[in-house]
Write a protein that binds this ligand. Structure first.
Ligand code: C2E
Ligand code: CA
Ligand code: CA
Ligand code: CA
Length: 278
């Protein structure tokens, strides 16, 4: 039997979910999570380091189950992928994120760009461009305000990925390579891709300024972005030294706890919206 916290919430450690019964229960609970309205989004600010201006937000999915408590996405996104549920979950995230942008617009907060994560598994059943176009149309959001984050694994492990990515570009959405530097994309491939943004993974940022190797990697990614005319954003920026380092080396955009943790829509509005009457 597994330990149950005093509050009755349990946290699923990786070893526990490997246990067959737990995994099946987790899957069953996850399968009903959307209809039960247990799934919601938090949004993390992306800022221009120099001016402090908000340039976008990233949508990050959250699951609160009454029995399990708050389950982190690192736990349930892979489960959703394995059980063939990521398509539905991803579609819900996309629709909700697009609607949220319009809600903020109406409340007087203009968030320039919404970044949404796509799983490699969402590319396995053909082009997702029609679904993305549908979410945009239903919400009434301009395609240019949506940026889809894909990892290098999407590009390298999906047969028709290049075609599907071109389809997405054709409807006008932006594309970013997430966790850049952690996968194994070839640089030659990068040249062919219609992406606009490289996102430096947190693993290269977290030990700046202590780790000279990480500094060198971050600088190399920034240079690569410059050479290929891509914008570069750093994730996981937690301290002012990191932000100063990035700016000094030509990376203008950052996301991380220094600027704000992922937060509910109302908190984003309160922090970044105009004061009343302005
Ligand atoms: P990611 O796409 O690399 O997202 C960034 C993660 O880093 C988020 O964790 C965010 O909360 C965390 N983070 C941001 N700034 C900092 C910082 O300064 N310090 C530290 N220590 N962490 C920071 P989160 O929300 O737990 O998400 C984890 C992963 O789950 C995401 O990594 C992404 O791969 C996946 N994920 C989240 N939402 C979705 C989604 O809607 N769809 C898909 N397919 N995957 C998602
Ligand atoms: Ca991401
Ligand atoms: Ca990621
Ligand atoms: Ca990352």
């Amino acid at each position: 039997a597994k330990a149950r916290g005093r509050n009755g919430y349990r946290f699923y450690a990786p070893s526990m979910s490997a246990e067959g019964l737990d995994r099946l229960r987790l899957e069953a609970m996850l399968r009903r999570a959307i209809e039960k309205q247990e799934v919601f989004l938090h949004y993390q600010p992306q800022v221009d380091i120099d001016s402090g201006r908000l340039v976008g937000v990233e949508a990050l999915v959250r699951w609160h189950n009454p029995e399990l408590g708050l389950v982190p996405p690192a736990r349930f996104v892979p489960v959703a992928e394995d059980m063939g549920f990521i398509g539905q979950l991803g579609q819900w995230v996309l629709a909700q994120a697009c609607r949220q942008m319009v809600c903020w617009d109406e409340a007087g907060l203009h968030v320039p760009k919404m970044a949404v994560n796509l799983s490699v598994r969402q590319f396995e059943r053909g082009s997702i461009a029609p679904l993305v176009a549908g979410a945009l149309r239903e919400a009434g959001l301009d395609a240019g305000r949506l940026q889809l984050e894909v990892t290098e694994s999407v590009i390298m492990n999906t047969g028709d990925a290049l075609e599907y990515i071109n389809d997405l570009r054709a409807i006008g959405v932006g594309l970013a390579i997430d966790d850049f530097g952690t996968g194994y994309s070839s640089l030659a491939y990068l040249k062919q891709l219609p992406v606009q943004t490289l996102k430096i993974d947190r693993s290269f940022i977290k030990d700046i300024p202590a780790d000279a190797d990480d500094e060198a990697i971050a600088v190399a990614i920034i240079q690569l972005g410059k050479s290929l005319d891509l914008s570069v954003i750093a994730e996981g920026v937690e301290c002012a030294e990191q932000a100063a380092f990035l700016l000094r080396h030509g990376c203008r955009h950052a996301q991380g706890y220094l600027y704000g943790r992922p937060a509910a829509p109302g908190e984003i509005l309160a922090r970044w919206g105009k004061p009343q009457g302005q």
